[in-house]
Design a protein around this ligand. Structure first.
Ligand code: AHG
Ligand code: MN
Ligand code: MN
Ligand code: MN
Length: 332
């Protein structure tokens, strides 16, 4: 099939990026270089994820992050690897990371790009060998290159993204990203150290029969949401929720489905973070013909007001997202 063809003709990530850059005569190659820097860090984190149990880098790091979560060693290691790769790459002036309280100013004001990153998503799954991921968003800085970074460079709505992607450290390791012209998926070939194009031009099914939500918090669900979940059950949909947003999102993107993380008593604005979880996956979703909403508005239209702000998230096949929104907006 054409996937093996892609492997055999060797459409590597590098070649793909180069080809895309050639399609844009004005492309300066800086975004291309940034994507390569991210892919390099992904290869390093992939190796460390695969060895976690052997290299005593599993388990808790012993500190709590700004989210109030107990950092895992791999959270910290992944954060260091991506930050170092982006610093060395020279294309980035600032990083927003789940694992850092404040903006990381790379003291590189000539860098044109700002990156928001969840270095390791699904940390609770590291020690039990279930898929985890990395999520990233890329923005162009809005203040003049060469000047110190400003808050305006950081607090950009998701629709301003120039690129977004995720790495899925799963049964195979994949890099999936968009630069605004569709979504492409690359599978990592460990023995060659290369990502090969395996999922060209990914498109989400417009509907599906998979719903992903933590039903353990259903006591917090609004009446409308409870009705939507009951509706899914009446239709005999499959419940699939593994606690790693990247993995749940990727499966639903390929097969059709909806992932919901609503407001709860514990997290009145939802649990997922806007800048480095919801925005990146929302951009990918829309580029693949799917949708992402916070229950009231398009995720990409939310004007951020704080670095680690959370948002409710309804994301996946557009028919399912719109149906869920119908249920939750209906006055009971
Ligand atoms: P992270 O590990 O980056 O903090 O993200 C965890 C998120 C997301 O990956 C997952 O879907 C969700 O938390 C699971 O939350 P619950 O355990 O509350 O269901
Ligand atoms: Mn976390
Ligand atoms: Mn996460
Ligand atoms: Mn994380």
């Amino acid at each position: 099939n054409d996937n093996s063809l892609a492997y055999s003709v060797g459409v590597t990530l590098d070649r793909f990026i180069k080809k895309k850059q050639d399609d844009f005569p004005f492309a300066s190659g800086e975004l291309s270089q940034l994507l390569r820097d991210i892919a390099l860090a992904a290869k390093i984190v992939n190796r460390e994820t695969n060895r976690a149990g052997l290299a005593n880098i599993g388990g808790a790091f012993g500190q709590t992050n700004v989210q109030g979560e107990e950092q895992q060693k791999l959270d910290v290691i992944a954060n260091i690897r991506f930050t170092r790769a982006l610093t060395k790459g020279g294309e980035v002036c600032a990083i927003v990371s789940e694992e850092d309280d404040e903006v990381i100013d790379l003291q590189n004001n000539s860098g044109k790009y700002v990156v928001a990153i969840d270095p390791l998503d699904g940390s609770s799954n590291i020690d039990v060998n279930i898929s985890i991921g990395t999520i990233f968003s890329i923005y162009r800085r809005v203040t003049p290159v060469g000047s110190p970074i400003q808050l305006d460079d950081i607090m950009q709505p998701g629709r301003q993204q120039v690129a977004a992607g995720y790495v899925l450290y799963g049964s195979s390791t994949m890099l999936v990203y968009t630069t605004g012209c569709g979504v492409n998926g690359f599978t990592y070939e460990q023995s060659l150290g290369e990502f090969f194009l395996s999922h060209p031009d990914m498109k989400a099914p417009s509907s599906g029969n998979i719903y992903s939500i933590n039903e353990g918090i259903s006591n917090s669900f609004s009446e409308g949401l409870a009705k939507y979940i009951a509706h899914c059950k009446s239709k005999n949909y499959s419940a699939r929720y593994i606690g790693s947003l990247v993995a749940d999102f990727h499966r639903n993107l390929l097969k059709g489905g909806i992932y919901i993380y609503p407001e709860t008593k514990k997290n009145p604005s939802g649990k997922l973070r806007l800048l480095y979880e919801a925005n990146a996956l929302a951009y990918i979703a829309e580029q693949a013909g799917a949708e992402a909403n916070d229950g009231v508005q398009r995720i990409l239209d939310i004007q951020p007001t704080s670095l680690h702000q959370r948002t409710p998230l309804y994301i996946g096949s557009k028919v399912m997202v719109n149906e869920a929104l119908e249920f939750i907006s209906k006055k009971s």
